[in-house]
Design a binder for this molecule. Structure first.
Ligand SMILES: C[S@@+](CC[C@H](N)C(=O)[O-])C[C@H]1O[C@@H](n2cnc3c(N)ncnc32)[C@H](O)[C@@H]1O
Length: 246
């Protein structure tokens, strides 16, 4: 029985990979990877390493999660070192917890290798600090996948009235509903919002607007993209450093 490394691949820039992740990628007998894990990283694998693609498209799975769990398990029965490579961090909307539980139930040894999540690194590459003294004392990373119109919501919308930064992942398709909902709970229509697409890669693009106009401004933005809501967005004007330097 092998060991499974649930490994964060980072947000896109291949250099945003941990030293530990690079080591296990180089030692892997098989790498099971997602669409959001930069395929350039596979070049680091040793000769003879097998590759299994179980891509996901923004919540829509090419392979259902149950099948992915089973693929990982079956590979652990055959190989000594199995790397499950996932975009960003495996435990930030990465379903890494479910995969770990599945392995635990089958007595497969696993390790978690955290990755740099897009939730903070894409804003950083856009010149947006998720916290900033005197502006935002905390930040939240929230699923944008759930429709804000849902009757019984797990998302505490009413608590988003403060100036703390809110980062929505998987939310581009719900942007009209998200911005409407935030105005409904009392945020100003001219409250700052940024949409960051393909963050940390050479194709990164950033659209800045307000709750009122971001839908129109960001209508052609390609995925993957995340939404940052907060006054910290205003710092981008001074702190943007990456676009044009990539
Ligand atoms: C299923 S979640 C996985 C998040 C991942 N585990 C992480 O820590 O970054 C996928 C969402 O992450 C966001 N995302 C991932 N990579 C991104 C990138 N390079 N730029 C912008 N958003 C990204 C998008 O909101 C996308 O819909």
């Amino acid at each position: 029985m092998g060991r499974v490394y649930l490994t964060g691949a980072g947000p896109g820039d291949v250099e945003l990979l941990t030293v530990k992740a690079l080591r296990v990628i180089r030692e892997a007998d098989v790498i099971i990877y997602d669409r959001l894990a930069n395929p350039e990283l596979l070049k680091e694998a040793k000769n003879g390493c097998e590759f299994v693609y179980v891509g996901k498209e923004d919540g829509r799975h090419i392979m259902p999660q149950d099948d992915i769990n089973e693929v990982i398990y079956q590979n652990a029965l055959k190989h000594k070192s199995v790397v499950r490579l996932k975009g960003g961090d495996p435990f930030v909307f990465g379903r890494g917890g479910e995969e770990a539980l599945y392995l635990l139930e089958r007595n497969v040894k696993f390790e978690i290798i955290p990755g740099i999540t897009s939730a903070i690194s894409a804003p950083a590459y856009a010149g947006i600090p998720v916290t900033h003294r005197g502006v935002a004392v905390s930040f939240r990373v929230v699923t944008g996948h759930e429709s804000p119109n849902k009757k019984v919501s797990q998302i505490p919308w009413e608590t988003f009235k403060t100036d703390d930064t809110i980062i929505f992942l998987m939310g581009l398709h719900n942007l009209p509903k998200i911005s409407k909902k935030l105005i409904e709970i009392g945020k100003a229509a001219d409250y700052p919002v940024a949409v960051i697409s393909k963050g940390t890669t050479k194709d990164q693009s950033v659209v800045v607007g307000t709750l009122e106009n971001i839908v129109e401004k960001a209508k052609d933005v390609p995925t993957p993209a995340l939404i940052v809501v907060g006054k910290v967005v205003e710092l981008r004007e001074q702190l943007k450093w990456f676009e044009g330097n990539a």
